[in-house]
Write a protein that binds this ligand. Sequence first.
Ligand code: MG
Length: 271
Amino acid sequence: MSGPPQLDTALVAALADFAAHDRVLVATDFDGVLAPLVVDPMDSRPVEGGMPALASLADLPGTTVALVSGRALDPLRELSGAALDGPLVLIGSHGAEDSRAEGGLALDDDQQALLSTLDDELGTLREEHPGLRVEDKPAGRVVHTRGLPEDEAQAALDAARELGARHTSLEVTPGKGVVELAAAHVGKGVALVALADEVGAEAVFYAGDDLTDEHGFEALADDADADRAARRLTVHVGDGETQARFRVADEQAMVALLQALLDARRAATAR
Ligand SMILES: [Mg+2]
């Protein structure tokens, strides 16, 4: 009989320490952490148990819960199932969008012009690499190559990166099978620390699987609040090098982790 994935004992101890603080921020990436990566990004679905555990955490005292994603806010809300007026904070477009802000984000005329030039150039790129997907985001475009043959995907990613590099005001962010080209960019690290400051968190949990999440792990390690930096609980999902303190294998293990965190936080806040 296979039970839920077993968590590392050091991680379980760290979760208990984290849960004991009065005010905590529990933040996590969505794709590759709560939902398996899929060929079409709009086919993404959260694994069972992850979102309910986050919602239960958000109901506990002194506990702010946030999804921090590269996705635009609307698809993030739709795919995660997080309620519009629910307790979860949704941060989209790598920090450029916040579910609590009114009207989303504003681009200036130069940024709007840059996006329309980018659309023309990406149209040409798509003719050269059929099967390439381009996702529209409020402040940028994301080129997806998942599902393409490997050498074709690499050539398309390289071309997208070069295209992005020609526009110096674009922020070019490579990921797994994606390149994001953003006219306005905040970054997950900046967004995480700003949210932690805003809610007065004494400790921050963050889990992610991709290169952009490494910026989050680094920013939390370099937090100007040195006590909070020392208390950070960062978790990388999957293989590969990481700055995170802990690692879990996959989305199922992440659900087990969130359940353990919920149990620890319930025990700590009941005292
Ligand atoms: Mg991810």
